[in-house]
Design a protein around this ligand. Structure first.
Ligand code: NAI
Length: 273
């Protein structure tokens, strides 16, 4: 289904680890819609080598950057602009890492140094990316930046742990920087709040399978697939969404506005005698 929605557009996509990654699927869709892409990920992720397959499929260079390192980000934006021969039209921030989550620390017992690192990688990094682009004036007018979030920013999902704090900060940075970048360059900044999705980052959450099943039953349309999330990102990068900015946009099959579903109630009702 190629409509050339992104013909002539140039973008940086962060976070394609393997073919399950939301960023991987988004890179494929953007390419299908006519965009030119630079792929980026942390040096440790690049060593896995998977990203080279994607790079080959879409003819994109891979430029490593630890998203917590300003020098890496500056180099990434410089090299991307040199590659494209001009400014960047869109950026996907598809990055998350919970250190306390990974080390099995309960929310009430978190290690604060790890928490700082979690917030830096998963949320402040969006500020770092926007700041780098801002200082270099690297984004085109009406450019579009999208980061991925989760509804734990608004509601409690106990096992989502410190990542809830990270997502709340990510959404706040989206609004605050979105304001300034909108005024200066008409650049748009939004988060997409995605259904639970089976990826490497997703599966790191305790009890993830139950999480996915519950959300599936609670969502009138069922859980949104990674591929559909990729389509939504294409729309947000395109000129069809020019006046959408500073928003947290739920892409979750209706989960966020459902109080309870018949499927959940049926699962709780004891069988009739
Ligand atoms: P993923 O594991 O494929 O992607 C996470 C990416 O973050 C990886 O490519 C990893 O290398 C990158 N990353 C980690 N530390 C980094 C650093 N210091 N510098 C640069 N990159 C770094 O998993 P997924 O699910 O595709 O995650 C993408 C985004 O979607 C994350 O923000 C995640 O929180 C969000 N999300 C995921 C959901 C899910 O259920 N999988 C649901 C809602 C949002």
């Amino acid at each position: 289904m190629a409509n050339n929605l992104l013909a002539g557009k140039k973008g940086i996509i962060f976070g394609a680890l393997d073919e399950k990654s939301i960023a991987w699927k988004t890179a494929l869709k953007c390419h299908e819609q006519g965009a030119q892409i630079v792929l980026s990920n942390a040096p440790v992720a690049l060593r896995m080598g998977e990203i080279n397959k994607l790079a080959e499929m879409i003819g994109a260079p891979v430029i490593g950057a630890d998203v917590t390192n300003m020098d890496d980000l500056k180099k990434l934006f410089e090299e991307s602009q040199a590659h494209f021969g001009g400014k960047i039209d869109f950026v996907l921030h598809s990055i998350g890492m919970g250190i306390n989550v990974r080390k099995g620390k309960h929310y009430t017992e978190m290690n604060y140094e790890w928490h700082q690192k979690t917030l830096d990688i998963s949320a402040t990094s969006l500020h770092r990316v926007l700041r780098t682009a801002w200082d270099m004036d690297a984004l085109s007018e009406w450019g579009s930046v999208v980061a991925l979030s989760y509804i734990a920013a608004q509601r409690v999902f106990p096992d989502y742990n410190e990542m809830a704090d990270a997502k709340a900060l990510l959404e706040s940075i989206t609004r605050s920087f979105g304001y300034h970048y909108g005024v200066r360059n008409k650049v748009r900044v939004n988060t997409v709040s995605q259904s639970p999705t089976r990826t490497t980052a997703g599966s790191g959450v305790k009890g993830f399978d139950a999480f996915v099943d519950y959300a599936e039953k609670m969502s009138p349309l069922g859980n949104a697939l990674a591929e559909d999330c990729a389509n939504y990102c294409v729309f947000l990068f395109s000129d069809l969404s020019r006046y959408i900015t500073m928003q947290n946009l739920f892409h979750d099959g209706g989960f966020s506005f459902t109080g309870v579903s018949e499927a959940i109630v049926a699962g709780m009702t004891p069988p009739a005698e």
